[in-house]
Design a protein around this ligand. Structure first.
Ligand code: F6P
Length: 517
């Protein structure tokens, strides 16, 4: 995409005009909600509090057409080479395609059958540990895409949890493993090591600590075989760790880590809430895929999410996006979307390797409402920064539950306050307003709607990558820190010379001597 195109220039002019008009004026149009709210499986998206009118809308559609977005969407489903730097397609939609609908998904369904079988065996007590006892605790070890999705989904669906206690260990912090192992019975604990590469330092260190803990408390050699399963595309490395190949569920090259929730990486979901719920999650995501693939751009929810984001980010100056779920069960949505959006679209070169002349992904952050209202919303209402925000509300039956009604009332009130503000004469109490937000309303927080919501964000990220002409599916930026940590690790242990910059050297010396001395 070039900022010199007629479409881009036209949108720039429209933006200059749009910011002059108070946002509350836009909301006075009587048909505004009907015009700017859109339905997709499991959810409704309200864009009426965005700075959109017919002309802006047409301009954004022209932008999508300039980038041949419809063809690119077809390419996503067809398996086009979307990740050229790693020579891979991005076929995460295949992970939720119904059985028999696509000849390419045979392996996927064979693996899902193994997930179902394993989840059933553990949940029903037929899977036995090395001493013949059933499992009552799962410890899932993985990080990034091998962690964030399963924990988010289990947290969101926690009311449906059965007897199995599912815990997650991601950080290499020793306290995290200790905490997860607290109260565990080694005879009744099953570890799930999830790592696409089976080479991620945090996961290997944590899995090794868990294996040591298990072996110190076990007799006999098959403890690892009965108490560890792995999810990985590197079966050899999992076997070298001691996990028998029949306990290794596959992942594939054509699924990026942050898009892998729908694969065997979702095993803890099937273990925690049952395979049927996992299946409904996949069905929700697939329903969103169908909507995305088959709906005109003008009514296509992920496309409109993406274009509105581009409008806010590239034309109206919002450099960050706040994710504000008004439901405690969705408290892990902000970190999940942080990885999805920032690891995918945090890029500064185009697909051809040329420096971008426009901004790519905003900084994504957020937190659950109403808690955020008593923490960071002050800045949103009266600070000097621009921002964009997504409110996520869940439409359980508000009439039936007073607390739920308060939650929704607060969510709606916040987006209204951000839009209209409060124009008092006193500068200290004045709330300027003028902050455009999107509201996503889930029918209810069930596996289907949740699957649809997460798939909608995946497709939004894909569309924005197309508009910005970047590769949304690699993540080379994360590698540098990993390699720099290697010599520092040795230097912290006094095992190699301190050939570092002055700051790093000084800090290492302090850490080695004891910080205060
Ligand atoms: O470091 C980033 C990352 O590569 C993510 O993309 C990925 O989800 C995560 O690490 C974990 O990788 P793996 O599943 O290979 O352990």
């Amino acid at each position: 995409m070039t900022t010199q195109s007629p479409t881009w220039k036209h949108l720039t002019q429209l933006a200059a005009r749009a910011v002059e008009r108070p946002l509350s004026d836009w909301l006075e149009e009587s048909d505004r909600f009907a015009r700017f709210s859109f339905s997709a499986p499991g959810l409704l998206m309200d864009l009426s509090k965005q700075r959109l009118d017919a002309e802006v809308f047409d301009g954004l559609m022209a932008l999508a057409r300039d980038q041949e977005l419809s063809d690119r969407i077809d390419g996503l489903f067809a398996g086009a080479m979307l990740n050229p730097t790693e020579q891979r397609p991005a076929l995460h939609t295949l992970l939720r395609a119904p059985a028999g609908s696509d000849p390419r998904s045979k392996d996927v369904h064979q693996t899902l059958a193994r997930v179902a079988e394993l989840a059933h065996a553990v949940r029903s007590g037929t899977w036995r540990g090395a001493t013949g006892k059933p499992i009552d605790r799962i410890i899932h070890i993985g990080i990034g895409g091998s962690h964030l999705g399963p924990e988010l989904v289990l947290q969101a669906l926690r009311q449906r949890h059965g007897d199995l206690d599912v815990r997650f260990v991601a950080n290499v912090d020793p306290g995290e493993v200790r905490e997860a192992l607290r109260g565990c019975d080694p005879e009744r604990t099953l570890f799930v090591a999830a790592s696409k590469t089976f080479g991620t330092l945090e996961t290997l260190i944590n899995a090794s600590a868990a294996r040591d803990w298990l072996l110190e408390r076990s007799q006999g050699s098959d403890a690892v075989g009965r108490h560890f399963v792995a999810i990985s595309s590197n079966v050899g490395a999992a076997e070298a760790f001691g996990i028998p190949s029949e306990n290794v569920l596959p992942m594939w090259d054509w699924v990026g880590g942050r898009y892998s929730l729908w694969s065997a990486v979702g095993l803890p979901i099937a273990l925690g809430v049952g395979f049927d719920a996992f299946t409904r999650l996949l069905e929700g995501a697939h329903a969103m895929d169908e909507h995305f693939a088959n709906t005109d751009l003008e009514r296509n929810v992920p496309v409109l999410m993406a274009l509105t984001g581009v409008w806010n980010c590239n034309f109206l100056g919002a450099n960050n996006l706040a994710i504000l779920p008004y439901d405690q069960r969705l408290s892990l949505l902000p970190p999940f979307l942080q990885q999805l959006e920032m690891e995918s679209n945090g890029k500064s070169v185009s697909l051809d390797g040329e420096p971008l002349k426009l901004h790519s992904a905003p900084i994504v952050w957020g937190g659950v409402g109403t808690n955020g209202q008593h923490a960071f919303h002050q800045l949103l209402h009266q600070g000097t920064r621009s921002f964009a925000a997504d409110f996520i509300l869940v439409g359980n039956d508000p009439g039936a539950d007073e607390q739920q009604r308060w939650l929704l009332a607060n969510g709606l009130a916040q987006s209204q306050a951000m839009m209209a503000g409060n124009q008092t004469g006193d500068p200290h109490t004045r709330v300027p307003g003028g902050h455009a937000t999107t509201t996503l309303l889930l029918e209810q927080l069930d596996p289907f709607s949740l699957g649809a919501l997460l798939a909608a964000y995946e497709h939004k990220v894909f569309c924005q990558g197309i508009i910005w002409n970047i590769n949304s599916f690699d993540q080379f930026g994360v590698e540098l820190g990993k390699s720099l940590a290697q010599p520092i690790f040795k230097q912290l242990g006094g095992q190699s010379a301190l050939n570092q910059d002055a700051s790093t050297r000084g800090l290492i010396e302090r850490l080695r001597k004891g910080v205060r001395r």
